[in-house]
Design a protein around this ligand. Structure first.
Ligand SMILES: [Zn+2]
Length: 350
């Protein structure tokens, strides 16, 4: 069976910075062929025009589809599904699909659409990325320009839910696999720490919260989350207060700026691969690691074990014999700048 094409859903209110984030992603696509589905109305055509002008050869105008008949969650059957089907019938299939919702859409019905028989065998939701306006949220609003969002709502004849902004915001946060706090340059360190804590508290376990000024996230942080969100919708409805709140000092580390860093840890041979995977998941939670990957030498095993983690979800499998290559355990750790490298290295090698 052919592999499913991963689809990333980008949600967040008008003005939060979704288009900037997507544009940055297209300009740094590293050869990945990305198809875009944009759900916009109100400021008709603007996002599409901005993105079509990106000039990247891996993203042509044919790769951008606009759903302008109204709210994506209210027009799933008439608009979204047929567009997806047309995209999936193409000969030249994309490597990845990115769907930008208008921000008025409820993310859950859109994710549920991926369970429709026509597309469920061909696509999977790689992850839900929710972009928030850090400044607006800190000031107790949800969006920079609430009047513009109301105007957008009035223009949409097909929108059939009167969901208040606060509820929409809660839904977008509850559905997220990654939350991007945008415009973080307008926040003080204390404000940033507080919003990160609040968002983690109000979102799913294992959600990745990152800060950004202009949506400038590396593509391998944004895409490739491998979540399969359509299979765990039940966990994306209500807000689950799950965290050992206040216990984890590491969540309050200072983000000096919005860059990302990575480093390699040499761990030597591992005695018990299952115990190691559990330990890695704990370390990822404790130190806010975004991605972790590498190869592991397990005592007494001729095969090399691959480890890949997105947030605290750790996958391991034996991929090939070491053969003549050195039996090493080398792990790459990726996170936002400010990782406590010394503590992570010590925890991994302990
Ligand atoms: Zn809707």
């Amino acid at each position: 069976m052919a592999q499913k094409i991963p689809a990333t859903v980008v949600t967040g209110f008008l003005g939060a910075g979704k288009t900037t984030l997507i544009r940055h992603m297209l300009q740094n696509a590293q050869g990945k062929r990305i198809a875009l589905i944009i759900n916009e109305f109100g400021d008709l055509g603007v996002d599409g025009d901005i993105l079509k002008g990106c000039g990247d050869e891996t993203c042509t105008e044919d790769d951008i589809m606009e759903l302008s008949n109204g709210c994506i969650c209210c027009t799933v059957a008439d608009d979204f599904i047929p567009t997806m089907q047309a995209l999936l019938e193409r000969e030249n299939k994309p490597d990845h699909i990115v769907i930008e919702t208008s921000g008025l859409a409820l993310p859950q019905p859109l994710i549920r659409a991926f369970n429709w028989p026509e597309i469920s065998t061909k696509v999977t939701v790689d992850g839900v990325v929710t972009v928030v306006d850090g400044k607006a949220v800190t000031e107790g609003r949800f969006a920079h320009n609430i009047e513009a969002i109301d105007a957008q709502r009035k223009l949409d004849e097909n929108l059939n839910h009167e969901t208040p902004l606060s509820e929409l915001y809660g839904d977008q946060i509850a559905c997220a696999d990654m939350i991007v706090i945008n415009k973080s340059d307008l926040l003080t360190k204390d404000e940033t720490a507080k919003i990160i804590t609040d968002l983690k508290f109000n979102s799913r376990e294992g959600v990745q919260v990152v800060t950004s000024t202009m949506g400038a996230l590396p593509i391998d942080i944004l895409l490739g989350q491998g979540v399969g969100a359509e299979s765990d919708l039940a966990s994306r409805h209500k807000v689950h207060h799950h965290h050992d709140h206040g216990e984890n000092e590491e969540h309050h580390h200072d983000h000096d700026h919005d860059d990302f860093e990575s480093f390699v840890v040499d761990c030597g041979e591992i005695k018990d691969e299952k115990a190691f995977a559990i330990k890695v998941a704990d370390i990822i939670r404790k130190y806010d690691i975004l991605r972790l990957k590498g190869f592991i030498a397990v005592e007494g095993k001729p095969m090399r074990m691959t480890i890949q983690a997105v947030g605290p979800r750790v996958d391991t499998y034996f991929d090939q014999p070491f053969g003549t290559s050195p039996r090493q355990t080398k792990i790459v750790v990726i996170g936002q700048t400010g990782l406590n490298q010394a503590a992570i290295i010590s925890a991994l090698t302990k």
